[in-house]
Ligand binder design. Structure first.
Ligand SMILES: [Zn+2]
Length: 376
């Protein structure tokens, strides 16, 4: 397909699914394996509804065989009538599959057994076949196995970087090869131990994968998997129109905050889109450029995510253009020379300690009053 790149050129890539993918949101399965996670039925329902409204295509839930409460929770969520399809994991036991089907799920993830696969396909349920630790498995064995299950009629095969060791080049090569071997969909699950989870997800789509696993804030086993917000940020940059039409982007902040509260962590300062400084500009030269044309230093429009840009001015790196912008916001009228002089004042004070926005505003108003008197 042909699509826009952030650099303005158009190019065609026949394998790429960058503008045609599904999110399998696994906060209620992988996320439950996060050290701090303990979701009550009530909070699972809240999270499921929120993700459904955001627009994810699938929700993956903890196996009903894990505990009695887990089974009841799946039933509660499948009865909500959400648009998102509900998936769960099972071990390769017929009993597990029967329990799962009774909860009303739309799809099941399973491991190897042809009689088991036959049983599931007779039930008209979506079936994913996956292996663990795909990047450390023997490639020939893996491809043969997936070719066989593809012929048996599974809907998807799954590739999992269970230990988080893969890099984007390895991902591209494996998925591209697999794409040539199976005709079914390809789902990918990337752990983030070495910081490649978002890049790997993106590259997998470029190589022909169709489904990506995410969790809110990336929570999961160890340091987790591809985070929903970071993945969406990456895909938005690749194809803004497609991503904005599919997902309610302005919900991301609420989604990240709800999970941060649930699992008692903060949203990281450097988090994609929702981190507190994701749209803060500080250096004088950046601030000047941003005020003229935001796209110079912003690849993501904060407005599209219901966020606001902030230009920080009360520090020693500030510049007079940023101060001028604030002066205009405060409805004060000053010449450029006066603004340059007051900027110098701010820099001198900020060399001792940074100033809050209220302090800067007071300083600007006082300075204005000194020159023009009270009534101007
Ligand atoms: Zn995992």
């Amino acid at each position: 397909m042909e699509f826009d790149s952030p650099y303005g050129n158009k190019y065609a890539d026949l394998l790429s699914n960058v503008s045609n993918f599904n999110i399998i949101e696994s906060t209620l399965r992988e996320g439950e394996q996060f050290a701090n996670a303990f979701f009550t039925t009530e909070s699972k329902i809240k999270i499921a509804k929120m993700l459904d409204e955001f627009g994810v295509e699938y929700l993956e839930l903890t196996s009903p065989a894990a505990s009695e409460q887990s089974r009841q929770d799946i039933k509660a969520i499948t009865s909500l009538g959400l648009n998102a399809k509900i998936l769960t994991h099972t071990r390769c036991h017929m009993d597990d599959a029967k329990i799962a089907i009774d909860t009303g799920v739309d799809g099941i993830d399973c491991y190897w057994s042809s009689s088991y696969l036959n049983f599931l396909s007779r039930k008209g349920i979506e079936v994913r076949f996956s292996s663990e630790d795909s990047f450390r498995s023997d490639l020939v064995d893996l491809l043969n196995l997936y070719k066989t299950v593809d012929k048996l009629g599974v809907n998807r095969v799954g590739i999992a970087d269970t230990v988080g060791c893969a890099n984007p080049r390895q991902v591209y090569e494996l998925i591209r090869t697999l794409r040539g071997v199976v005709s079914c969909d390809i789902e990918c699950h990337f752990h983030n131990d070495t910081g490649c989870a978002i890049a790997n997800a993106y590259t997998a789509l470029e190589a022909g994968a169709t489904h990506i696993d995410t969790s809110i804030l990336g929570i999961g086993e160890r340091n987790g998997i591809t985070p929903l917000g970071g993945f969406v940020a990456k895909m938005y940059v690749a194809d803004k129109r497609y991503v904005s039409s599919k997902y309610k982007l302005e919900m991301l902040r609420e989604i990240d905050n709800v999970i941060a509260n649930e699992v008692e962590i903060g949203v990281p300062f450097n988090n994609y889109i929702t981190g507190f400084c994701a749209f803060t500009h500080k250096a004088g030269i950046h601030a000047k450029a941003i005020l003229n044309n935001p796209s110079t230093y912003e690849i993501i429009r904060p407005e599209d995510f219901g966020m606001t840009r902030y230009v920080s001015i009360g520090h020693r790196l500030t510049g007079w253009n940023a101060v001028k912008d604030r002066v205009e916001q405060l409805d004060l009228v000053m010449t450029d020379e006066e603004i340059k002089a007051v900027t110098q004042k701010i820099k001198t004070l900020a060399d001792i300690k940074p100033l809050g926005i209220e302090e800067v505003d007071t300083l600007l108003r006082d300075y204005h009053r000194e020159i023009y008197g009270r009534n101007q």
